[in-house]
Design a protein around this ligand. Structure first.
Ligand code: EPU
Length: 419
């Protein structure tokens, strides 16, 4: 891509990756056809679809935005080893399959190289619900032949994945489960909304205390995926760094309060639209400090994009990464483009420079990839981002959307590695 174009126009965001993947897993909780709308056309949805097919589901509509998942009376209980290893989110079939089948075999998941990403809280929660969980030959084997029984679970940290897995197991457990210090992300609220429509009894969605009253069975529903706040924020920052004027449609600004406040502090004019917001930037951004925290704190998934904003700002700022320790690996790539950054543990000081200078860089995870694309949009000359399959995992045709806004960006076939 060639930097320098001012982005202007409108862009529409689809449903959230981190919701859609879990809604697909939640479909396993009911026999019959679940229909999901606003499903993003991304690689991770294709991987999850294949995982569900291998569990006996008929999945149709991949790549169309509306997905139908026909779940058999008795789904398989062994999640394909290679698929699970290619995507962290596949661990979210653990809770639903345990609840439905009483036994589940899931490989230790893979996914982005952004930190150690343990599963202890997932496992401890399911054990508290009465399951046994063992690790054999790379598989987690969870069993609850007599069914799960409601209990109280305190999470050490409001883990998104652990909250979801325990929630999706507890909806079919006997009695009441309380999850304390639960995650409060909008994607959790979305899953709770779908589960409730399916017949689950859940109090406290969006708070740090979820109370789940187990029911005997759930029915399939049609559900619309919550808009992707991270994709929306990515376009908002793209507008800010290119001194642009972008209307982001199908976005929920109430899910982005801190991020939009930061953009305002950086000098952008952010205004509400009926179905989203508009970001107008007339000047070089001011630097803004960010500290990543669980929702409603500033999202780790927006940290690389704001690192780019600070890299071209007229000041200096501190970025503190509290969620995924390895996410600063991305900053090495920003240095190649001429950014001025010093890191110390989970802090990074970014000093804004007048200009970045295009160069070949490598995306190591989906958000790092988005950050590098933003950097390429402002860097002088040509920037070549490789590892774009990481971007495909979470962005629905980013290249076309940025082109429509006036960005100079093309997709090229990735050459085979030479070493
Ligand atoms: N953690 C543990 N033990 C556990 C669970 C989590 O130590 O049992 C640690 C993790 O290692 C990490 C922290 O807790 O340091 C946060 O993990 P969390 O469980 O909250 O995250 P996740 O469920 O693995 C989801 C999103 C991430 C997003 C985080 C935080 C999905 C598929 N992934 O991950 O999204 O960054 O929540 O909001 O929902 C992305 O989309 O780029 C992405 C990485």
């Amino acid at each position: 891509m060639t930097g320098g174009a001012r982005l202007a126009g409108e862009v529409r965001v689809t449903g959230a990756k981190n919701s859609a993947l879990k809604l697909m897993a939640a479909a396993l909780l009911a026999e019959g056809v679940t229909v999901l709308d606003e499903v993003p056309r991304i690689l991770d949805v294709s991987i999850m679809s294949e995982l569900l097919r291998r569990l006996g589901c008929v999945v149709e509509g991949v790549g169309t935005g509306t997905l139908s998942i026909d779940v058999p009376a008795v789904p398989g209980h062994e999640a394909d080893y290679d698929l699970v290893r290619s995507m962290r989110a596949s661990i979210s079939v653990l809770g639903p399959l345990l609840a439905r089948c009483g036994e589940v075999h899931v490989a230790f998941p893979g996914g982005d190289a952004i930190g150690s990403r343990g599963l202890d809280m997932h496992i401890d929660g399911l054990v508290k619900l009465g399951a046994t969980v063992e690790n054999e030959h790379g598989y987690l084997i969870a069993k609850a032949p007599k069914g799960l029984v409601g209990t109280s679970v305190w999470l050490d940290f409001p883990s998104v994945g652990a909250t979801e897995n325990i929630l999706m197991a507890a909806v079919l457990a006997k009695g009441t489960t309380v999850i304390d210090n639960a995650a409060r992300e909008p994607e959790i609220v979305d899953i709770c909304a779908m589960l409730t429509a399916m017949g689950a009894k859940i109090d406290g969605a969006g708070t740090s205390m979820l109370e789940i009253h187990g029911v005997d069975g759930l029915a399939p529903v049609r559900h619309r995926t919550v808009p992707d706040r991270i994709v929306a924020a990515t376009f908002a920052v793209a507008a800010a760094v290119t001194h642009g004027d972008v209307m982001v449609r199908n976005a929920r600004s109430e899910h982005l309060e801190i991020a939009l406040d930061k953009l305002t502090a950086a000098g952008a004019a952010v205004s509400a639209l009926d179905d989203g917001f508009r970001v107008v930037m007339e000047r070089r951004p001011h630097a803004v400090d960010v500290v990543t925290l669980p929702y409603p704190g500033f999202a780790t998934d927006m940290q690389p994009q704001f690192a780019v904003l600070n890299a071209v700002s007229d000041g200096h700022a501190m970025i503190t990464e509290n969620i995924f320790e390895a996410r600063f690996v991305f900053l090495q790539e920003l240095l190649r483009l001429g950014a001025s950054i010093r890191t110390d543990g989970h802090h990074a000081i970014v000093r804004g420079v007048e200009r970045l200078s295009g160069a070949p860089v490598v995306a190591t995870d989906v958000r790092a990839g988005a950050g590098l694309v933003l950097a390429g949009l402002v860097a002088d000359g040509e920037t070549l981002v490789s590892g774009v399959h990481h971007i495909d995992r979470g962005y629905d045709d980013l290249v076309s959307q940025l082109t429509a806004l006036g960005g100079s960006i093309q997709r090229e076939l990735e050459p085979e590695p030479r070493f």
